[in-house]
Design a protein around this ligand. Sequence first.
Ligand SMILES: *Cc1c(COP(=O)(O)O)cnc(C)c1O
Length: 368
Amino acid sequence: MTDIDIPVSTVRLGADVEESVLAVIRSGTIAQGPVVAALEAGFSRLCDVPHALAVNSGTTALVLALQALGVGPGDEVLTSPFTFAATLNAIIETGATATFVDIDDTYTVDPTLLAAAINPNTRVIMPVHLYGQPADMEAITAAAAHGIAVVEDAAQAHGARFAGRPVGSFGIGCFSLYATKNMTSGEGGIVTTSDDELAERMRILRNQGMQQRYQYVLAGHNYRLTDLQAAVAVPQLATLAAQTERRRANAARLSEGLAQLEGIILPRTAPGRTHVWHQYTVRVTEACRVDRDGLAAGLAERGVGTGVYYPRVVFDYDCYRNHRAVRTAEVPNAARAARQVLSLPVHPHLTDDHLDRIIAAVKEVAGA
Ligand SMILES: *Cc1c(COP(=O)(O)O)cnc(C)c1O
């Protein structure tokens, strides 16, 4: 078997990051301090919101957002069935019940199904901006108008926009800084909000429920990020736009090269949305010469790495199907996507030669 020399994701940090981390090590302040504050200031500018709080993972960001809203047992959180387990785990952690609304061909929640999925117990709609494309935030904010909060799972969508507005500015925005995300601190997360009171509550919950030194006002937790980690992310605030542009150019080139391949459906960006291409995901349908796993194997033989995000509907595991806090639903679109999706490399470190090889390899394996 050939080695994969074009992996689906590559983490490459520069000399700017090395210097930034070294400065923190030498400063003697390695836990949450001024570098976390700098990251938060930069991220609030990116999302055009007054508050950004750094936390220690994207999962934590989701949990913190729900806790700050007071979500708990008896409440329902409506989300996408086609997402990473963290979305569901965060809901379960709060004691709330997770409910689901199927996706459309953008892989985000289908706005036409929203109204019917909402009931009097629905406290939060939690859309997932999957692969880097925003969900339909106009329909979601309209559906949430009656006392329902919006928590955006923007873990894959740093800098994406809907109708010109950044994700994370519609509801409480939850971002991940995990190693392979569009921006990283190794592990880490960010919560964004325009609501002063929510921001204050999240600041307190993040730090053991402490308002001032040994003044505990809420039962909290330790969700803090360190300056060591923030130092990895801060230099990326300045390079994110250029890196995203490279992802976009790579995606355009893949779509041009792969157009009109029988049975392969290319990713679609809905009008009014900017896609930041965390993943470039094709669908391998029944009309294709090979199935999804066949295409993945053929590409691997040619040195091209791929990923299946995600191989199953999020609740389609015994631990969730048998969980009393999970209300499963019929989600045929998500189920079909789980069988057909395949993500190709789109990351900013691809060369022209890599892109040509990816295109040639897909044509060889899946072409007529
Ligand atoms: C990565 C991710 C998360 C969780 O982020 P972590 O930083 O890994 O905890 C949540 N939701 C989605 C959609 C993700 O891709």
